[in-house]
Structures are given as structure tokens and as C-alpha cells.
Write a protein that binds this ligand. Structure first.
Ligand SMILES: [Zn+2]
Length: 137
């Protein structure tokens, strides 16, 4: 008697949209910036590599996407990944702006200390020093 043993390939667990988006975000260095024709300084979205078709990219701006799922009205991983990326970049820009503002404030404080030092070296201050020195001598 022969027994047939089915050799089935283990089924890959289905990933959620959030898991796929997380994987895409981890590879955001592979994304391409989409720029407006005639205004190449303006980023209008990102071209994100397709999860299923090699060499294919999906255009998304974090709100809309041209992939099959989005066209079918479903929530897609490209939109989620791009929205997270944009939020992350905005937070980084806000943090950099805050750091720059703090640096300017520090500069203002430094300037105030510096000008106080200069004021202390004015002729009147020098006279005061002379008085103290004269008292010691
Ligand atoms: Zn999509």
C-alpha cells in the first residue's frame, strides 16, 4: 500500500495593511520623489515600489494612490506608508526649526553677555578698577 503525502508549500501569513506599510517605510530610501512638471522644486508625491510586481512603482501623496487596492476604494499600504513618512519628515523639520530658534535665542543671550562684558570695559568701568587698584596699593 502506498500512502501519498501531500507536500504543500507552507502558506505565507497574510500581512495587514499596517504591516505592509511598516515594511515599505523601512525601505523609504528606495522611494522616488515625484515632482511637478514645470516646478521641479515641488514634490507632489512618492513613487513607492510595488510589493507584488518587480520594477513597478505606485504614485502616492499620502492621501491617494494609483494602485489596484486604492482604485478599488480600499485602504492601501502605500498611502499609509507615505502619510507616515510625510508626518515623520514634518516632525523632523519642526524639530530642526525649533533647534535653530533655540540657537538664535542662545546667540541673543550670548550677545547680551558679550555686550555686558564690553560695557564693563568702558572708560567709566576702567576708572572704577583704577579706584580699587589704588585702594590695594
Ligand atoms: Zn497604493
Amino acid at each position: 500500500m502506498t500512502t501519498a503525502t501531500a507536500t504543500r508549500k507552507p502558506r505565507q501569513p497574510r500581512l495587514t495593511v499596517a504591516q505592509k506599510a511598516e515594511a515599505l517605510l523601512a525601505n523609504s530610501h528606495l522611494w522616488l520623489r515625484a515632482r511637478a512638471i514645470g516646478n521641479t522644486a515641488r514634490c507632489i508625491g512618492y513613487l513607492i515600489p510595488s510589493n507584488t510586481v518587480g520594477g513597478k512603482y505606485h504614485l502616492t501623496n499620502g492621501k491617494q494612490c494609483d494602485c489596484k487596492a486604492a482604485r478599488a476604494g480600499r485602504h492601501c499600504c502605500h498611502v499609509v506608508a507615505a502619510a507616515a513618512y510625510i508626518a515623520q519628515k514634518r516632525a523632523e523639520a519642526a524639530q530642526a526649526a525649533a533647534a535653530a530658534a533655540a540657537m538664535l535665542t542662545d546667540d541673543a543671550a550670548h550677545f547680551t553677555r558679550w555686550s555686558a562684558t564690553v560695557d564693563a570695559r568702558t572708560p567709566e568701568a576702567a576708572d572704577a578698577s583704577d579706584v580699587v587698584l589704588a585702594g590695594v596699593a
